[in-house]
Design a protein around this ligand. Sequence first.
Ligand code: E4P
Length: 214
Amino acid sequence: MKIFLDTADYSAISERYATGLVDGITTNPTLVRKSGVNYFDFIKTLANDFAFESISAEVDGKTAGEMLYNADKYTKIGKNITIKLPLNKEGLIACKELSRDLVATNVTLCFSVSQAVMAAKAGATYISPFIGRLNDNSFSGVELVRAISGLYCAQGIHTKILAASLRDVHHVSRCLMYGAGVVTLPPSVFDKMYNHVLTDAGLSIFENDFKNIS
Ligand code: E4P
């Protein structure tokens, strides 16, 4: 059971990395644009500064050839760089080629079981179903995770389900229960995973009682 952070904010990563509970990072062009960093430099810095098992770098390109060309500079950074590709025909062609070369891949923007089948056929290391965006459109994101997981188990597929677009802790737990091997969380959701109002209340009572015992 792995937890990745879904952010391009260096200090947010650094702070949570110190917990020892973060296994990897996912990024996307929107997160990078918001943080204002240079995408390549950012990925390189993460690879240098932390020991993550996977850092997803999303590549641009309309054709598989363009995606592969753009992937090349990232794969040179290190073994823990995962190339993030769109779930369309060109992305799948690029995925197949990278898988052949033993480069880790994350096929992103998955919204259906059939798409997850094709990503597995292309040899994807990770498939990223987008839970929140499905929920926003009146489909159940967690049910998609359950269906993909059932199919992958039945077919003995090794592609890992990386549940993405997670906005609350309830959906995180559900995805893990339904077979996601990885969840990628915004830093705020990561923090909520261990916070609970009753823990705070209970701790405050215990702290007071500590003062009154020998
Ligand atoms: C995952 O790889 C994506 O970066 C991310 O989870 C998308 O989340 P959003 O739908 O909240 O933008």
